[in-house]
Design a binder for this molecule. Structure first.
Ligand SMILES: Nc1ncnc2c1ncn2[C@@H]1O[C@H](COP(=O)(O)OP(=O)(O)O)[C@@H](O)[C@H]1O
Ligand SMILES: O=C(O)[C@@H](O)C(=O)COP(=O)(O)O
Length: 425
């Protein structure tokens, strides 16, 4: 397999978001789960997004996994590698955006452009500060994230705390000045020893400028907005010779039963579950019971078994910040997160065992755990359900063709679940 653009995503929902962006912008793209087995039958593509589950692991583990993925992508011809992070910069002072970018930039030089801007979903960066739907990051729902609550909107500061290098800023005026202005600013920052730059971006045109400059370097770090800029720059460069196949042709119906499993506690997911309750059976798991033994899991599977042949069902661990806080106070943040991911992934696997072939999973970590448990090695990218969330078709899994949607916690409108199921046949 040869490719032009490589990406390493720090979680699986983020990977499907980026793969969707690449596809929409003209690149034939496949999403792999980790480094694929050499025997896995993958189509010819322009871009591969290697999905890792490294957003919330120890920094050294993240660096090691990302470095191996980068070596694999470069060995297959990637002229540029994008380290795909969350558009809400999900991380802690221990990492992992800084440590992974530092490790990958060692071979790549710098300064490396970093921007989580993704205007289509309301993520903009101005004066180095991240806004989520017009609200500073630290005032947005991300302040209550169960694993990485974000308390500082100043990304230069946030990245500096988790980076061994020196972090600078390319401001919006410079970006609006176009590629030459950005290049000149990068050269000036390089002279002063800056290794990594947060780049402002408010409009897609800003990301086109940044993508064009980033593509001239071996590495960048960002969300789907930067992915859009890179993809468009690559298409403009004339190096993409075949048009991306119509996404509807890529997938096709799979039949089977349908279900939703949710572990995301994001505001958007909570609203979507409330809306789903009006049209389908929704089981709210009791996290305390989930954490204290196998009974809650078994009764969830039996609840679904009684209903699922009549139509889609949803099973959710999701809870509001107060309830999440109570669980975390009792069991610890990481321990409760992992235990609930374990439970939701076990439920997803049981549902698939009972005939579910169309599965929507809400939550990044939740999706990672479920996809790993199902042993899915790769996905083809189908039509977009909502910005950042495509229909995915499995490749190389033992259960036969399945359709999945991996929904990032904060993505999708209130009717997302019904919209997703209506596109997955
Ligand atoms: N009721 C709950 N109490 C505490 N933690 C929970 C609860 N429900 C889910 N979680 C955990 O919260 C985390 C949500 O993260 P994730 O799946 O990445 O969602 P998002 O995409 O919204 O960030 C997971 O680790 C999940 O297991
Ligand atoms: O960039 C984004 O916002 C998404 O692609 C993403 O990574 C979201 O992560 P989760 O909300 O944890 O799914």
């Amino acid at each position: 397999m040869t490719l032009l653009l490589g990406a390493i995503a720090d979680d699986y929902t983020g990977a499907s978001d980026l793969a969707n962006t690449f596809t929409k912008n003209g690149l034939r793209t496949v999403q792999t789960i980790g480094i694929p087995d050499p025997d896995l039958p993958l189509p010819d593509v322009d871009a591969v997004v290697v999905s890792l589950k490294i957003r919330s692991v120890a920094a050294q583990e993240a660096v090691s996994a990302a470095s191996k993925a980068e070596a694999w992508l470069r060995a297959r011809g990637a002229i540029h590698v994008l380290y795909k992070i969350c558009s809400t910069f999900d991380s802690t002072d221990a990492g992992n955006i800084g440590p992974v970018t530092d490790a990958l930039r060692k071979a790549a030089g710098g300064p490396v452009i970093v921007t989580p801007a993704f205007p289509e979903t309301g993520r903009t960066v101005y004066a180095g500060h991240l806004f989520v739907n017009g609200v500073p990051l630290n005032e947005s729902p991300l302040k209550d994230h169960p694993l990485n609550p974000m308390h500082d909107a100043n990304l230069v500061r946030v990245l500096a705390r988790q980076s061994a290098g020196t972090v600078g800023l390319i401001d919006l005026t410079t970006v609006a000045g176009g590629p030459d202005a950005v290049s000149a600013r990068l050269a000036a920052l390089r002279e002063t020893g800056v290794t990594t730059v947060i780049a402002d971006a408010v409009f897609e045109s800003d990301l086109e400028t940044l993508g064009a400059i980033a593509l001239e370097a071996p590495l960048s770090t960002g969300a789907s907005g930067l992915g859009l800029g890179l993809a468009r720059a690559l298409v403009r460069s004339g190096r993409i010779t075949q048009s991306a196949q119509s996404v509807e042709d890529t997938i096709g119906p799979v039949g089977g039963l349908a279900a939703i499993v949710a572990g995301s506690c994001s505001t958007a997911t909570l609203r979507q579950l409330a809306q789903a309750e009006r049209s389908m059976p929704v089981l709210r798991l009791d996290p305390e019971k989930l954490l204290s033994g196998p009974d809650e899991l078994a009764s969830a599977v039996s609840w679904a078994g009684d209903r699922i042949s009549a139509g889609p069902v949803a099973i959710a661990a999701s809870a509001d910040p107060q309830a999440v806080g109570r669980v975390q106070a009792r069991y610890g943040r990481e321990a409760s997160g992992h235990a609930i991911e374990h439970a939701t992934s076990a439920i997803a696997a049981e549902l698939v065992f009972r005939g579910v072939r169309r599965l929507v999973v809400a939550g990044g970590e939740t999706s990672g755990a479920a996809v790993d448990r199902l042993g899915i090695p790769a996905f083809l990218i189908g039509p977009e359900i909502a910005p950042g969330v495509p229909v995915l078709r499995t490749v190389g899994n033992t259960q036969g063709n399945m359709l999945l949607a991996l929904k990032s916690g904060n993505f999708g409108g209130d009717d997302f679940f019904a919209a997703a199921l209506s596109m997955m046949h």
